[in-house]
Design a protein around this ligand. Structure first.
Ligand SMILES: Cc1cc2nc3c(=O)[nH]c(=O)nc-3n(C[C@H](O)[C@H](O)[C@H](O)COP(=O)(O)OP(=O)(O)OC[C@H]3O[C@@H](n4cnc5c(N)ncnc54)[C@H](O)[C@@H]3O)c2cc1C
Length: 567
């Protein structure tokens, strides 16, 4: 079966952008019997979503309830009130919390988009009222890419640094078994099976077909769209909206240099992924100095936002850093290109890792969420250079836990010294000299941190105090799973920079994802979801799945509204 590419002149709903938001909107609209056209700028589906961890934050979801976790919309609302304020985005929040579980159940019941509960996965401010330690996060079920046959090439691949052997995806659960492959027969057999599957895949495909995380989400959406024969136009960008402030009637698309008009009876959904690669909008909304790195898909140049603005749409939120952030290190790839490695959960919370700024002082709880870590970089950088910051560890820590693209158990760190990824020295003071940090101060910082390792209490930044910290630490390390001494030479340093994984400023919408004009009323026939829509979290990052959760839920609401079904 292949994807149909005829260009209809009129449809019910035109959806621009085949990331998770656009694909979900197109799928729900099709399931509701609408005649849908999905257009995508690149030659692959998935956008940033394909490279993501694929986690959705859906408080009260039924997958977790069935697994024994209890939660409620009220509890989650208490948490959001503590985090972003009681009245912020009230209507959208109510709609999100009320419809979230129903939207997921709808997809599970009516398509191949299936989810699993994550179980324990603490909210990112796990010590705030209403925060949950488990049950709010769900992930897509892994997917067998072979089911797509030759259309497998249409799935945007994950970040190269997240694949083993040049193309094998592994999930969090695989990592410990692969690292411990010689420690038990079970682990050995498990690892061998993964390897053989991968080798077999490579006889036919460019990469492994055992898809996990964001890649599984996208493949499942794509598979479901294909089954319903929803046409997807590749290499086609939405460039103009037809209509005006009083109503959108369709859009112009550019396809291979040709302009094509498509009328849309029920409206147009903008899901073009936000403005991450639009320099002007970065300068308008982001903190100073404007971060240069972005993990967003390169086609996300703010097209949806610009088109909405042209029609008099308003933007929100006003108070935020306008991004959802992660620290990244810059890896040198074997083909000479550079890759961004996001330091999400694997290394910063581990016992022997500290982060220092240009003075050699710690400035943050290293085990904070990736978003909060970068907010601290921005804040500290206002007075002391903290961009880049440096992650520092000793050789025991590097071997045991890894650092960035140096995976745990790696036997040849020299390779990463040679290509400039890591900096190393036998003595801390000399390491400081190599990275331009005050040597005496770095030694004092490490001495102080090593003392915290004995007491288990970080009196400066509270590393290891919250459930989130400990979740990403090493449970077997005592007394604090997140604090261990840096003592064994050589010592290592790695530069980290802020990068957005999503933007939070976008088109203001109502609870049905209808784009609002400057007067606060909806522009008929114009919807926005995903990162084209202003973040319902107002730029905060409550927990795992903060962007994909709303992307799917508001896509569902947009499609239902277009169908005329009030939720
Ligand atoms: C490493 C990493 C991990 C992440 N993990 C998570 C996670 O676990 N949970 C979570 O909630 N979020 C996560 N995110 C963020 C998440 O991936 C994004 O917020 C999400 O993908 C946004 O979805 P979207 O559909 O709005 O945009 P995208 O996924 O970026 O898709 C936008 C699509 O629109 C297309 N497009 C652009 N312009 C046009 C145009 N003019 N016409 C037609 N098409 C156009 C693009 O080519 C692209 O395919 C992660 C991000 C990264 C980088």
């Amino acid at each position: 079966m292949s994807v149909k590419t005829d260009i209809p002149s009129e449809v019910d709903l035109l959806v621009a952008g085949a990331g998770p938001a656009g694909m979900a909107a197109a799928l729900v609209a099709s399931l509701e019997g609408l005649d849908v056209l999905l257009c995508e700028k690149s030659d692959q589906v998935g956008g940033t979503g394909a490279t993501s961890a694929g986690t959705l934050w859906i408080p009260g979801n039924s997958q977790s309830r069935a697994a024994g976790f209890s939660d409620s919309a009220e509890q989650a609302d208490r948490y959001l009130s503590a985090l972003i304020g009681d009245g912020t985005n009230r209507d959208l929040r109510n709609a999100y919390l009320r419809t979230g579980p129903a939207a997921i159940d709808y997809l599970c019941a009516r398509s191949d988009v299936q989810f699993l509960p994550c179980g324990k996965h603490p909210d990112y401010r796990s010590n705030m009222p209403g925060a949950a330690l488990a049950g709010r996060a769900i992930v897509p079920e892994p997917f067998d890419g072979r089911l797509l046959d030759s259309d497998f090439r249409r799935i945007r691949p994950p970040v190269a640094e997240f694949m083993l052997l040049g193309g094998m995806m592994v999930g969090k659960a695989d990592i410990s078994r692969l690292i411990g492959r010689y420690e038990s027969l079970g682990n050995f057999v498990y690892s061998a099976k993964l390897l053989f599957r991968y080798l077999a895949d490579r006889l036919k495909y460019e990469r492994g077909t055992r898809l996990m995380m964001g890649n599984a989400l996208i493949a499942r959406l794509f598979y479901s769209l294909r089954k319903r024969k929803v046409p997807i136009l590749f290499d086609s960008s939405i460039v103009e909206l037809m209509g005006n402030r009083d109503g959108v009637k369709g859009a112009q698309m550019e396809i291979n240099g040709r302009q094509v008009a498509v009328k849309a009876r029920k409206g147009v959904v903008l899901a073009t992924g936000g403005y991450a690669h639009n320099k002007r909008l970065r300068e308008a909304f982001m903190p100073r100095p404007v971060p240069t790195h972005s993990m967003s898909c390169e086609g996300n140049t703010g097209d949806g936002i610009e088109l909405g603005k042209k029609l008099g749409a308003s933007l929100a939120p006003e108070q935020s850093t306008s991004g959802l952030w992660t620290p990244v290190s810059i890896a040198q790839r074997s083909d000479g290109t550079k890759g961004l490695f996001p330091h999400l959960v694997l290394d910063r919370a581990k016992p022997g890792v500290i982060a220092v700024n240009s003075t050699g002082r710690r400035f943050v709880n290293e085990a904070a969420s990736y978003h909060d870590f970068v907010l601290a970089m921005f804040e500290c950088n206002k007075t002391i250079q903290s961009i880049p910051a440096w992650l520092i560890c000793d050789s025991d820590c590097l071997r045991r836990y890894g650092l960035g693209v140096v995976y745990p158990g790696h036997r040849n760190p020299a390779k990463f010294l040679d290509n400039g990824y890591l900096v190393s020295s036998q003595v801390l003071e000399a390491l400081a000299g190599k990275i331009g940090v005050d040597g005496g101060q770095l030694c004092s910082t490490v001495t102080r941190y090593n003392a915290f390792a004995k007491t288990g209490i970080d009196i400066d930044f509270g590393k290891g105090e919250t459930e989130l910290n400990r979740f990403n630490g090493d449970a077997s390390h005592k007394p604090n799973p997140c604090i261990g001494p840096l003592v064994t030479s050589p010592f290592y340093a790695l530069a980290v920079w802020p990068a957005d994984i999503a933007v939070s400023t976008g088109l203001a919408t109502d609870a049905d994802a209808r784009v609002l004009g400057n007067d606060g009323t909806p522009i008929p026939g114009l919807y926005a979801c995903g990162n084209d829509m202003a973040s319902v979290m107002a730029g905060s990052y409550p927990g795992p799945g903060t962007t994909l959760g709303p992307a799917i839920v508001f896509a569902y609401r947009a499609a239902m509204h277009a169908k005329g079904l009030a939720l």
